[in-house]
Structures are given as C-alpha cells and as structure tokens.
Design a binder for this molecule. Structure first.
Ligand code: SF4
Length: 292
C-alpha cells in the first residue's frame, strides 16, 4: 500500500479498508492539531489510489466498510470521489458502506444534489470535528468554522441521508473558557443532533501552537475533574431533537461513557456528578493509559 505520512481514521473504522486518497488536511491550521504539520495537502494520483484498492481486494479480507483518508477527502470534486467509490464497490463487493472526514468548508461547497449523489453511490457516514460550540473559541483555535455554519452543514448532511458523526474536545478552552466552552458545545450538539457525538480530551502535542501557548503560560488545561465538569455541562446542555448516540470512550478521556440520547441523558448526568462529588479516581482512566 502506498501510505504517505500519518494516515488517521476514526476509531469506529478500525476494521475498515483504509484507502488513502489525499495526503494531509486542506485546512491544516487548528492550533491543537499536529497530525499533518509540515505536510502539504494534495490529491494522490488516482491510478495509484486504484492500485491500492486492487491490492486491498487481493488480500481476501471480507471488508464491510471502507474509509477514504486523509483529513478531508470531501473537499475533492464530487466526480473524483464517485469514481473512487464505484471502483471500491466493483473490486470489493463485500463493502457496504464508505466513510470520509469532512470539514465545514468542504460540506458547504457541496450542493444538496451532490451530497445525495454521494449518498446514493454508497457514502454512508461523514465524520466531522466540531471541537467547540463557542464562537470566540472557534476563532482562537483557528478551526475555520463558526457555530451557525456548523448547524447549516449538519442539516445538509442529515437531509442528504448520510450518517453524521461529530467530535468535540474537552479542555480546548483551557481553564479560562472551560465553562462557556462546555455549555455552548452542549447547546450546539443539541441543535445539530448528529447521529453520533463523541467527546475526546485535549492532549498537548509538542508540534502545535497550543503546546507553545501552554509552555509560555498562556494556556492551562483543566485537571481531570475539570474535564469531567465539562463533560457534565455538555451532556446537561445537549437537548437533541432526534436520536443521538453519545460516547466518551475514546482513549484520550478519563471517564468512558456511552449513552443513547435523549432517554439516557439524566442517568449519565447523575453518573458524572457522583464521580465528581466522590472524587472517585478509581473509575477514571489512568494518565499512562491515555492516548490519541
Ligand atoms: S483538526 Fe482536522 S481540520 Fe484541523 S488541522 Fe487537524 S485534520 Fe485539519
């Protein structure tokens, strides 16, 4: 396989066929993200992409899902994505669903017709990093997106019939913006009501702007109970209008939870509250086991 640089995929795509279509991320400016630092974004040679698909199909693994990496494949012209997807289905008939990452800019560039075309051709799920629902903080972390645009993109994806999976980041507002970040994030998730929502916890990576700020004393991470407080505020403020599966079981988090919204919301708030009140570190993931 012709994998170039860091090839990342969502945890739920661990058993998928991973086909690298682009290298890097078309945005590549988020202050907390070191994944593609120094990596220029480009579309790989389509002939090479197809060669990789042929190679994968030759392994005899009955993949049910495929994921198109890297950071932001949706930014490519729709025709290019359709061509790659149809080749995957042709070469790998066991594949039932294809997934991609898509940032706000990429989704806004697609018309509803193009998104439906992609859905009809087998694009089953789109993963999007939201990080926070606070406008000021989105600007500060250089996410290149604002809450009202995130709501618009969520509606477009849901209306196209593509599953939407979004992630938010505990700790990204630091101690300074911790509370407002969590409240606004919960509200935004409720307004968007994605099919899946997950919380990850910020880990400071040495090649990032956020790490530099931390080293210079301009940014401080909340402690583990501060992170739990954020988790609680997000859940409390998340009033969904359609079913959503919420999880914080990513390896970066201290407290893994999985819950169906809206029915299990109150149960989860009580659980987080009881861990905070009892300062129960026994149920938290130890620091050395946390990872991205
Ligand atoms: S967080 Fe996502 S959008 Fe931001 S730079 Fe990293 S890969 Fe790109």
């Amino acid at each position: 396989m012709d994998y170039v640089g860091n090839v990342i995929r969502p945890p739920s795509e661990a058993k998928s066929m991973i086909i690298q279509v682009t290298v890097g991320c078309s945005h590549n400016q988020c202050t907390f993200c070191g994944t593609y630092k120094g990596q220029k974004f480009y579309l790989k040679d389509i002939a090479q992409v197809k060669k990789d698909i042929v190679e994968m199909s030759g392994y005899g693994i009955p993949f049910e899902k495929a994921f198109l990496a890297d950071g932001d494949v949706l930014i490519l012209p729709t025709e290019t994505i359709l061509d790659i997807m149809s080749f995957i289905f042709k070469m790998c008939p066991t594949v039932k669903r294809i997934g991609v990452y898509g940032n706000t800019k990429a989704i806004l560039k697609k018309s509803p017709r193009e998104l439906k075309e992609l859905r009809d051709a087998g694009l089953g799920i789109l993963y999007q990093g939201i990080e926070t629902g606070n406008r000021e903080l989105l600007k500060k972390i250089k996410k290149g997106a604002f809450p009202h645009k995130q709501v618009e993109t969520a509606q477009k994806i849901i209306e196209a019939g593509i599953l939407l999976s979004q992630t938010v980041l505990l700790g990204i507002g630091g101690t300074e913006m911790s509370e407002i970040h969590a409240i606004d994030t919960g509200k935004l998730l409720g307004e968007m009501s994605p099919d899946y929502a997950s919380a990850l916890t910020v880990m400071l990576l040495p090649n990032t702007e956020l790490y530099r700020d931390y080293k210079e004393g301009k940014f401080q991470l909340p402690d583990k109970f501060g992170m739990l407080q954020e988790l609680k505020l997000i859940v409390e403020n998340m009033d969904v209008h359609r079913p959503c599966f919420f999880a914080s079981n990513h390896a970066s988090n201290y407290l893994p939870i999985r819950a169906k919204f809206p029915e299990e919301k109150d149960k989860i708030v009580s659980l987080i509250n009881s861990v905070i009140e009892k300062k129960n570190t026994g149920v938290l993931r130890p620091e050395f086991m946390r990872a991205l």
